[in-house]
Design a protein around this ligand. Structure first.
Ligand SMILES: Nc1ncnc2c1ncn2[C@@H]1O[C@H](COP(=O)(O)OP(=O)(O)OP(=O)(O)O)[C@@H](O)[C@H]1O
Ligand SMILES: [Mg+2]
Length: 466
């Protein structure tokens, strides 16, 4: 399996890769990129063989954070680590948008950095294996089974908003009115949609989930509405659209704002008249469908920017459910955390895991930008890497551990002595390289990609006695 390092500082990535090769023999290939652009193309083409991607925070072309946003994808099993000279508040704020395995501080010992990368590697392999297993089975069936008996029972939480949400789901399920579910990413919209379906009288009929963002825009129309043979070049046979194949059932249109405007009007017509027009057919067909839709975007903003039809919004939003973010229902954090720890300890065969009480302070203070999904993933990792059936707060990811420090006292952090200046940092790399090569300056020069003279000069400048 392969490892990728994207860093404009070729010296650092080379040194790191040498350490990694030595310490993690399972890594077959390491690819180093100084250009994020080329790295992105490479990652796109080689997804299946990549286990770990390490990205530098400060790069001239694009920031590490923006780069990670481009390459992160919940479907892929590779794990991403952000490499940074220092963690400051702007970094802590911007990483909330990311799906990171961890943050690596360049000032840390290489041995610690290597240890973290190894964990990311182990985790990626684990996810990959589990995915392969999932793919062989019916995914929906598994989701249900995995999260206990039914969708509604698997909605965990005792906050007022969750209690109300469950009541609302039961009420909404009684009718066939279109329902729009809103809420930040990871709050449980898909889970709620499944629960509405399961509680409804249509639950013996089909339930189809479509992620509108996952279908290329020019295919959405034929996927949804279907077409008649010969209606356009390439239409070699009739295609039954998803709407028709779900007749009498429930359709869940996830990420609804991603439907192109041209198709929005066709969908509007269906919601108004209950009829669809199959491409290439003149006659309309009547369908009996319950439509549930969801978005994590601010739909009013999409309407304002003319990306979403207001009339369609009103049709979809006959019933509205909003799931509040986790930080607004803090009562649920502890319950969810314990539920997931328990769930994953059964899954991973690690029983009677003991949690250190300190953990909750950190969990309560953290704003959970990725909501329940983030909490779930973190719980899985904690269980997986727990030793002697214990989980201590120090095993929490850095962004959670550091959050409290930033939030309570910024100055405190600046004085923190685990930060190194750029000079100290470069000095450390040279020192590390010298140790690695047993003081062989020729080799250090090779590793660092600089001339031997520069090595001598730096040793002198930095007062390194070796
Ligand atoms: N209240 C909850 N109890 C138990 N599990 C939950 C709860 N809320 C969410 N989850 C779990 O968290 C994960 C994310 O939930 P889900 O996929 O429904 O989020 P979402 O709102 O659709 O996110 P996105 O907008 O990113 O698609 C799922 O694995 C889901 O089972
Ligand atoms: Mg979703």
């Amino acid at each position: 399996m392969s490892l990728i390092i994207v860093d404009d500082d070729a010296v650092y990535s080379k040194t790191l890769s040498i350490y990694l090769k030595e310490k993690i023999p399972e890594i077959l290939d390491t690819y180093l990129f100084t250009s994020p652009n080329i790295a992105e193309k490479f990652i796109e083409k080689n997804k299946s063989i990549i286990s770990v991607i390490i990205v530098d925070y400060r790069m001239p072309e694009i920031s590490g954070v923006d780069f990670i946003q481009k390459i992160q994808n919940s479907e892929d099993s590779y794990q991403i680590l952000l490499l940074t000279g220092m963690i400051d508040q702007s970094l802590t704020l911007s990483i909330r948008r990311l799906k990171l395995f961890d943050i690596l501080e360049k000032s840390e010992d290489f041995s610690k950095i290597v240890e973290n990368i190894k964990r990311a590697y182990v985790f990626s392999t684990h996810i990959k294996k589990r995915k392969e297993k999932y793919n062989q089975l019916n995914l929906r069936y598994l989701t249900k089974k995995e999260d206990s008996h039914s969708f509604i029972d698997s909605i965990v939480g005792e906050s007022q908003s969750i209690i109300k949400l469950k009541k609302d789901i039961k009420k909404i399920a009684q009718s066939s009115a279109p329902c729009l579910i809103t809420g930040e990413s990871g709050t449980g919209k898909e889970l709620v949609a499944g629960a509405i379906f399961e509680e409804s009288s249509r639950n013996k009929n089909k339930y189809t989930v479509i992620n509108c963002a996952a279908i290329p825009p020019d295919l959405i129309e034929s996927e949804l509405f279907g077409y008649k043979k010969g209606s356009f070049t390439g239409a070699n046979s009739d295609k039954i659209g998803i709407l028709k194949s779900t007749d009498f059932g429930t359709i869940f249109l996830d990420e609804i704002t991603e439907i192109p405007l041209a198709i929005q009007s066709k969908l509007l017509r269906f919601l108004q008249e209950g009829t669809i027009q199959i491409i290439g057919k003149n006659a309309e067909e009547k369908l009996d469908l319950r439509v549930i839709s969801a978005t994590n975007k601010d739909i009013n903003m999409e309407i304002y920017h003319n990306n979403f039809r207001e009339d369609l919004y009103y049709r979809l939003n006959v019933v509205h459910l909003n799931i509040p973010p986790l930080r607004e229902r803090k009562d649920d954090i502890k319950i969810l955390f314990e539920y997931f720890i328990n769930f994953f300890s059964v899954l991973e065969n690690k029983h009677n895991i003991k949690l250190d009480n300190e953990i909750y302070k950190f969990l309560m203070d953290y704003p959970w930008p990725g909501n329940v999904r983030e909490l779930k993933n973190i719980s899985h990792r904690l269980v997986l890497f727990s030793e002697d059936n214990k989980i201590s707060h120090s095993e929490l990811p850095l962004e959670i551990l550091n959050y409290k420090i930033f939030d309570t006292n910024q100055n405190n952090f600046k004085e923190s002595n685990n930060l190194l200046s750029k000079i100290e940092y470069e000095k450390k790399i040279i020192l590390d390289a010298l140790i690695l090569t047993g003081g062989n300056k020729e080799k250090v020069a090779q590793i660092m990609g600089i001339s031997r003279a520069s090595v001598y000069r730096k040793i002198k400048d930095y007062n390194i006695y070796h």
